[in-house]
Design a protein around this ligand. Structure first.
Ligand SMILES: C[S@@+](CC[C@H](N)C(=O)[O-])C[C@H]1O[C@@H](n2cnc3c(N)ncnc32)[C@H](O)[C@@H]1O
Length: 315
């Protein structure tokens, strides 16, 4: 990614229409059909923090903090003594700088940059320790979390090694809410005895590839299944590792929410924002098409949502 490139920008403001002060941007953990987007996003964030075994007074490194909603939630709920976040998109960093409420008993540092490259981390504000402090020395955090973002990293594997080598203290814990692929490679779902269906699958694979490229997900991060993920965690030096497939609690709810958004909310937004009739038709079809490819990819298990965790062993 170039330094100013943005995958998401602030378009997700629209997804937060049920609670306009929020700027959440994850796929959520859905337990009830009446969940709002914010409910589901918060539930995923809280679940991740619990898996990471966060405790009051800990020192916490958080990646991909978006526009700061998770930062505020984590600071309120868990009262860490130190919180350092790094996120890639400049617009998210700027929004978070304005929105994060810093408790007096917590040192909060928000950084922008690429989680995998400490030399890219920077901060306009030196409040509570600047980027230099964090880049320069070995930082031994108690906890590291990645909420719906590590699939973007180039690469996730390099990040796991960086964490283990530099960021976590011995006995420190790591938790990720993440996306991988299923055990059966997405490139091999073809049935050449049925050319019509094969053609359909090839088309879907091409569109899937297009969406992965447009959303900046390196294919090398689509590890085939939870066992493969666990092996990567162990190879990076983690112990007590676990990876759980929670696709059924994430994708159906998220896709149903996006479908409701498409049919009920999108038309209203486009009229409000003065879209011409032809551009409204194109936008509605484009949204429909992207949803269809996502539904297909989820059904084929080309995308699998997991919760992963590990501990840095004590020497
Ligand atoms: C899907 S959003 C999730 C945002 C937030 N975690 C939430 O739940 O609302 C992905 C986030 O990851 C960040 N991101 C993407 N690539 C990154 C990287 N290489 N290093 C750090 N953050 C990254 C983006 O800036 C974005 O804020």
């Amino acid at each position: 990614m170039g330094s100013e490139e943005e995958t998401y920008g602030m378009a997700h403001r629209q997804l937060n229409y049920q609670s306009p002060d929020s700027l959440w941007l994850n796929m959520g953990l859905w337990s009830d059909p009446d969940d709002t987007f914010q409910d589901a996003c918060k539930r995923l964030a809280m679940t991740l923090a619990k898996i990471a075994r966060v405790s009051q007074g800990c020192s916490w490194f958080d990646t991909g903090y978006g526009c700061g909603d998770q930062t505020n939630l984590f600071l309120q709920q868990f009262r860490p003594a130190r919180y350092v976040g790094v996120t890639y998109e400049k617009s998210h960093y700027i929004a978070a700088q304005k929105r994060v409420q810093r408790p007096s008993d917590c040192q909060v540092t928000l950084l922008k940059g690429d989680a995998v490259r400490p030399d890219s981390w920077s901060s306009d504000s030196e409040l509570g320790g600047g980027a230099g402090d964090i880049r320069g020395s070995e930082n031994k955090f108690d906890v590291v979390t990645c909420l719906d973002c590590a699939y973007h990293f180039r690469t996730r594997e390099d990040f796991l090694h960086l964490l283990h080598r530099k960021l976590l203290r011995e006995g420190g814990t790591l938790a990720l809410a993440d996306i991988i692929a299923g055990e059966k490679p997405w490139t091999q779902s073809l049935n050449w005895w049925n050319p019509v269906s094969t053609l359909g699958v090839v088309l879907m694979q091409a569109l899937f590839l297009l969406i992965m490229t447009a959303t900046n997900v390196p294919l090398t991060n689509l590890w085939p299944g939870p066992a493969h993920y666990e092996a990567h965690l162990r190879r990076a030096g983690f112990v007590d590792v676990g990876v759980t497939d929670i696709s059924n609690q994430v994708f159906p709810g998220f896709l149903a929410f996006l479908e409701r958004f498409r049919t009920q909310r999108l038309p209203h937004i486009m009229v409000r924002d003065g879209f011409s009739y032809p551009s409204r038709v194109v936008a509605r079809w484009a949204f429909w098409g992207i949803l269809a490819v996502l539904r297909f990819s989820v059904a084929k298990r080309w995308l699998v949502f997991v919760l992963a965790h590990g501990t840095k062993s004590r020497e």
